[in-house]
Design a protein around this ligand. Structure first.
Ligand SMILES: [Zn+2]
Length: 203
């Protein structure tokens, strides 16, 4: 994906984000997006085989995008959801280790490399939407579009991108040598068409 296509995708999703946030509901203190809520506590194979990735899937022939996205997701069905999401669960720790290693091995050397890496390996389209100074650090509003973990999944009432949350913590922590906190606050699986991470980099 070249820079022009990335920009097009970001412009498209930014307007969608605005619409979806405008029509969200707050349930038990958490935002739930406009997509119909489906009562289930885990995802099954039928849910994961149809990713919706019109930008990342564009330069791939046939339904190959759906094939490798499904392969990635099958890996995640190998463990119980309760393990993946428990506090600093296995997925977050795995993501942190991956993120740290991406920097240590020099694959990611700066913020620009993050976006390039994620697009090249079709993990997602990165949008650092907002960056602001706060007391003792910095706060970032990071969005990921067409996320390999969740794009196209049903709304089950809660975000599931723990691995990607960990990757953000690992990459940013290793690049800045500061303490980083990240939480996914909006996701396909909580009813939106994007992932949004609330990130703090502590001084
Ligand atoms: Zn997500």
């Amino acid at each position: 994906m070249n820079n022009e296509d990335l920009k097009k995708a970001i412009d498209f999703y930014r307007s969608l984000v605005q619409e979806e946030i405008a029509s969200e509901k707050i349930v038990d203190g958490k935002p739930i997006g406009p997509r119909t809520l489906i009562k289930k506590d885990h995802l099954d194979l039928n849910d994961i085989i149809n990713p919706e990735r019109s930008f990342l899937g564009k330069d791939v022939t046939g339904d190959l995008d759906s094939v490798y996205v499904t392969t990635f997701r099958i890996g995640n069905l190998k463990k119980p959801m309760s393990l993946a999401k428990s506090g600093y669960g296995t997925d977050i720790i795995a993501g942190i280790e991956m993120g740290v290693n991406l920097v240590k091995t020099g694959i990611i050397k700066n913020f620009d490399d993050i976006s390039e890496f994620l697009a090249k390996y079709k993990v997602g389209i990165l949008d650092i939407f907002k960056e602001e100074e706060i007391k003792n650090g910095k706060r970032l509003d990071i969005r990921v579009y067409e996320c390999i973990e969740c794009a196209g999944l049903p709304n089950i009432g809660e975000p599931i991108c723990y691995y990607e949350t960990g990757m953000i913590i690992g990459i940013l922590g290793e690049l800045t040598h500061k303490e980083v906190f990240a939480e996914e606050i909006r996701c396909w699986t909580s009813g939106y068409s994007f992932c949004q991470f609330d990130v703090e980099i502590k001084d």
